[in-house]
Write a protein that binds this ligand. Structure first.
Ligand SMILES: [Zn+2]
Length: 329
């Protein structure tokens, strides 16, 4: 089985290689669980992440995002260039992903929302943890427009989480907090985990280990839902707090949620450029090439539960980008 995976991985590498004129793949990760998550078994765990990273280290020239941005700007991007990024600032990035990256000799860029460090929790994780911990077998979500739902097994809980997240994502920050308070009550819970995100010391540890730290706002708002003043504060203050924590400049930015013209727009792109960042990433799929906008670099989410699937999807992401760019030329 191992040799089959290796063979497919090698042919995937060949396919990627055949498609590489200078272009940059930027991967996004969020959590890397120590063990497979019971509700989201397809999310990366340590063993799967290490297999991916070993493939990446054999097959690509891995750069920090700021190095890649410099290469794109100077027109000297190396072949097979790839950047590994992590969003949000999960504690498992320091506890699980960092040692694996170090074993594989890889560097990465970590985008951290500062408002959740040291015991905070993102709203989407509050939803997940509510449904994970709820001891009921049914829940009345009428106040979310979702009616009564059975949550007797893990797949039903996963489905309810999937229905709740889009209902809450585009609410204001205050409304999001109110929604979580309501959900906790409906689930009969008073406490949720407070160790999901990094402590400031772990951000320093990652930075001391040679990894790059990037800004990702304070409270991870949808920027287009904020006033100009509030958006500017979120971006500037998030960077300022990180610079204080690591005592070094922060030059890269990731737009929260990251969908162009939906979660951020040209106003925010100009703002990030004027604030002195050197580059920024979205969550639009694709690969970057010299001449692309350095303040809206696309990224690729490596999902899939086998190395072969993942390699095939990465190759497809590169090929589809080529087709899309050829069609629009
Ligand atoms: Zn994020």
């Amino acid at each position: 089985m191992d040799s089959l995976v290796a063979m497919i991985a090698r042919s995937g590498t060949g396919l990627i290689g055949a498609l590489t004129s200078p272009r940059l793949s930027i991967l996004i990760f969020h959590r890397v669980h120590a063990r497979a998550d019971s509700i989201f078994p397809n999310e990366p765990d340590a063993a799967r992440f290490e297999r991916l990273m070993r493939f990446v280290s054999r097959s690509f020239r891995v750069l920090a995002l700021s190095e890649a941005v410099t290469c794109l700007a100077n027109g000297n991007l190396p072949s097979r260039a790839l950047v590994i990024t992590f969003d949000d600032g999960y504690a498992d990035n320091a506890e699980v992903a960092l040692p694996i990256l170090q074993r594989c000799g890889l560097t990465a860029t970590f985008f951290v929302s500062t408002g959740f460090l040291d015991g905070g929790r993102m709203w989407n994780d509050s939803v997940i943890e509510c449904l994970r911990a709820c001891r009921q077998i049914e829940i009345d979500l009428e106040s979310f427009g979702l009616g009564r739902n059975s949550i007797a097994d893990v797949s039903e809980r996963r489905r309810v989480i999937g229905s709740l997240l889009p209902k809450i994502k585009y609410l204001s920050l205050v409304e999001r907090e109110e929604a979580i308070v309501r959900l906790k009550k409906l689930c009969g819970l008073t406490d949720l985990p407070n160790n999901l995100m990094m402590r400031s010391e772990q951000v320093r540890e990652i930075h001391r280990a040679g990894m790059e730290i990037g800004a990702h706002t304070v409270r991870h708002p949808i920027l287009t839902s904020l006033s100009a003043t509030a958006a500017k504060y979120e971006i500037a203050e998030g960077r300022e707090q990180l610079q204080t924590i690591i005592d070094a400049p922060v030059a890269m930015f990731a737009y929260p949620n990251g969908k162009p013209d939906h979660d951020y727009n040209h106003y925010h792109v100009d703002l990030v450029r004027k604030m002195g960042f050197r580059g920024a990433v979205s969550t639009a799929p694709g690969v970057a090439r010299p001449g692309d906008d350095l303040f809206q670099l696309p990224r690729f989410t490596p999902w899939g539960n086998s190395l072969a699937t993942w390699v095939a999807r990465l190759a497809l992401n590169q090929r589809n980008t080529l087709y899309a760019k050829a069609a629009s030329a």
